[in-house]
Unconditional design. Structure first.
Length: 154
């Protein structure tokens, strides 16, 4: 009986530490939201346009240079984040789905010095389970730069 109780307590401890699949998706969503907020603030403070270039495997934060070319953000914060192999990203910009299979040079989402942002919805899900019942996590930004995060209900 004691061994059964120890086993149950140990399994609860492992579940709380590991977090499970929903927690992993939420962590990726929170990471994206935090980076967007940080780069929004940097764009406002520096008076520069920032952008986010998404692909299926992650995203890169860019800055519009003086000569009009996009370059990696000149900051000490994370400028490229590769998603774990089992997590994929879907993106909608201004209500339209974006094909993330083909590389894009200009970023899909702009963070302007005025605080405005391109409207976007980024959805994190699992690559190996495309069914509608699989957990998903959504990060959305509106034109005024406000962000929302939530788990997507099937």
């Amino acid at each position: 009986m004691v061994l059964v109780l120890i086993g149950i307590i140990a399994s609860f401890a492992l579940l709380s530490v590991g977090g499970g699949p929903r927690a992993r998706l939420a962590e990726e969503g929170r990471r994206l939201a935090a980076l967007v907020e940080l780069h929004q603030q940097e764009a406002i403070l520096n008076g520069a346009t920032h952008g986010i270039q998404f692909d299926r495997a992650g995203y890169t934060l860019l800055t519009l240079g003086e000569n009009g070319e996009w370059q990696p953000a000149a900051t000490d914060t994370l400028i490229h984040h590769a998603l774990p192999e089992d997590i994929v990203l879907s993106l909608w910009v201004e209500g339209r789905p974006v094909d993330l299979k083909t590389p894009r040079q200009p970023p899909q989402v702009l963070l302007l010095a005025s605080g405005e942002t391109t409207e976007f919805v980024a959805v994190f899900g699992f690559a190996d389970d495309p069914s509608l019942d699989t957990p998903r996590y959504r990060v959305a930004g509106d034109a005024l730069g406000r962000l929302t995060m939530a788990e997507v209900s099937p």
